[in-house]
Each structure stands twice: as structure tokens, then as C-alpha cells.
Write a protein that binds this ligand. Structure first.
Ligand SMILES: [Zn+2]
Length: 191
């Protein structure tokens, strides 16, 4: 924690149709007090919304910054429970040939779930809160969250990747059908 960050605020999340969700976000130049405050608010907003991730453009801040906050869930009981991690100026450096299809939801697309192909494994780079360069490999659920959030930095939303709109479900239908879904269809917490 930073002594100068005393407040944290739940931010309102933009929803599909807001043109700000379609902008390409700018690289973060300075990790200053204002950015730390934004990160604090994003962490709090994701937690309050039970999100496994959130990107700055979702709260109207056009910056290359997101939070990844995986935890075990119904679809992915073995997902790692990780300390929610802010990732600044994130990039994918390499990825597996293999793609996997899985369910996604989004805090900016309320009450919709859809199936999206993602790389199963990715090697990524980002700056942490202290500006240190991190290089990590993520697989499966965390790799999916990362790719979903990275899309937000490019003005892309998961519904853009849903090849077959017939697969779109409301939350109520998603949970009603959960038990009968093939295991291959992965996690679907919102991000
Ligand atoms: Zn999202």
C-alpha cells in the first residue's frame, strides 16, 4: 500500500455501445500518484463486481492498464487464486499454436456469455506497480483473462470474437445449462 492512497472508490463501468470502449488506449508514461489511485479504484471495482479482471478503458480511462484477478470458479475449480495483479503496458511476446474455446463474460456486457477462441498459453510482458518489467507465462484461465483484458486496450470486446451468435446466452441461461455444458467450454467469470 502507498501511504498517499487513502481512498478507494468503486467506479462505474462503461457498457457496450459507449464509444470509449472502442478506443485504442495510450501507453502509460508515468507511474505516479494519479495512476496509483486509479489502480486502487480498479482493484476495488473488480472486487465489488466479482470480476476476475478489469481494464482501465472500462472505466473511461484510455490507458494501457488492467487488473488480472483469477480465482477458482464454477467452470474452473482449479484456477489459481492469485493476488489481484495490476499490469501496465502489457504485451503478448509469444503464444502457443493451440487455441481453446471457452466461455467469457464481461462487466461491460451485462448478462451475456459467449464462446471465444483464445491461445492456450502465452508469454507476456508488463510493468508492475513499481515500474519493474515482468515476463511471465500464463496458461488456460489466466491466459484467457489476459487476452480478454488486452482486447479492451485495443477497443475490442469479447462479443467481437463470438463466431456464432447462436452461442450467446444470458447469465440465467448460462447457469441453468452449466451442468450439461461440455467440459471443454471453459470458465466464464466476468472480466
Ligand atoms: Zn471485459
Amino acid at each position: 500500500m502507498w501511504p498517499f492512497v487513502m481512498r478507494r472508490k468503486q467506479l462505474s463501468v462503461l457498457t457496450l455501445g459507449d464509444p470509449r470502449l472502442r478506443l485504442a488506449a495510450q501507453p502509460v508514461e508515468n507511474i505516479d500518484d494519479r495512476l496509483q489511485q486509479l489502480i486502487n479504484n480498479l482493484l476495488w471495482t473488480a472486487e465489488k463486481a466479482n470480476g476476475v479482471g478489469i481494464a482501465a478503458p472500462q472505466v473511461g480511462e484510455s490507458l494501457q492498464l488492467f487488473i488480472v484477478a483469477s480465482y477458482p470458479n464454477l467452470r474452473y475449480p482449479h484456477a489459481p487464486r492469485m493476488q489481484p495483479t495490476p499490469m501496465i503496458n502489457p504485451r503478448i511476446m509469444a503464444h502457443s499454436d493451440e487455441q481453446v474455446i471457452g466461455w467469457e463474460g464481461c462487466l461491460s456486457v451485462p448478462d451475456q456469455r459467449g464462446q471465444v477462441d483464445r491461445w492456450r498459453e502465452i508469454e507476456v510482458e508488463y510493468r508492475d506497480l513499481h515500474g519493474h518489467l515482468k515476463r511471465q507465462v500464463f496458461t488456460d484461465f489466466v491466459a484467457r483473462i489476459f487476452q480478454h483484458e488486452l482486447d479492451h486496450l485495443q477497443g475490442t470486446v469479447f462479443v467481437d470474437h463470438v463466431d456464432d451468435p447462436v452461442t450467446l446466452l444470458t447469465d440465467a441461461e448460462y447457469f441453468a445449462q452449466l451442468d450439461s455444458m461440455p467440459v471443454i467450454a471453459g470458465p466464464s467469470e466476468q472480466a
